[in-house]
Write a protein that binds this ligand. Sequence first.
Ligand SMILES: [Zn+2]
Length: 288
Amino acid sequence: MEAEAARRSPALSVFDAPADARVAAVFDSPHSGADYPADFRPALPMAELRKAEDMYVDDFYAPAPDHGAALLLARFPRVYLDANRAVEDMDEGLLDAPWPGPLAPGIKTECGLGLIWRLSSDARPIYDRKLSVAEAQARIDACHAPYHAALKRLLDARHAAFGRVYHVNCHSMPALSGPRAPEGEGVARADFVLGDRDGTTCAPDFTHAVAECLTGLGYSVALNDPYKGVELVRAYADPASGRHSLQVEINRRLYMDETTFEKSADYAATGAAVARLIATVVAFAQTA
Ligand SMILES: [Zn+2]
């Protein structure tokens, strides 16, 4: 029943191949949602809030079901609720009363980027008010719970059918490091950053196959630097049991203007590169 509820949730979209064409691969994009709920009530302009979106990442991975893979997309925006965080990653400073559940805020949460963001990408307060505990809980119930249930359902079904599953958690990143980056502001990122939490969330051969695909296309690729992967590659990975999760970050300079949000001249070429990545993941999933 939980899976059926997730399938119908307005918080997400699932695209899948016909049952007889499926392969052991699942892609998910938790940050490309742009359905801003009426109860969000931020104090910042949309142009600033939308910098947090992984804009166009849903479009790049749209061909995945044509290759037999499943594709899960969040429809809610990342600044409303970040599905790539644990529920315990609550920022209590954002609330008007103590959080009743367990708390385990990470270092990102201390920077204002927890389960519910307190600060924007530009480090400005998103709200001019405190959120109620009920408001925060409602976001978890409406967004986090159905998204994670849907991802787990897709991964479990593939694993049950094939004895293995290869999961790619899809993101984009700014061209340059921001003001809160450990290495300082303005450091250029690689074209792609692959994150397997230092080799713990998937077989090394899988990370290498994706990296080789991208370097073969002429792109620079960094591993676990500066993005190692967060909750969505951690939560369901178990390489010893055939459950492999890899995070892929695409540099926004490859396809868009980060200020105007317009697609750049290289958009189509970048889309073609991601299509090659999808084909590589699917081929790996079929032969591994
Ligand atoms: Zn992201």
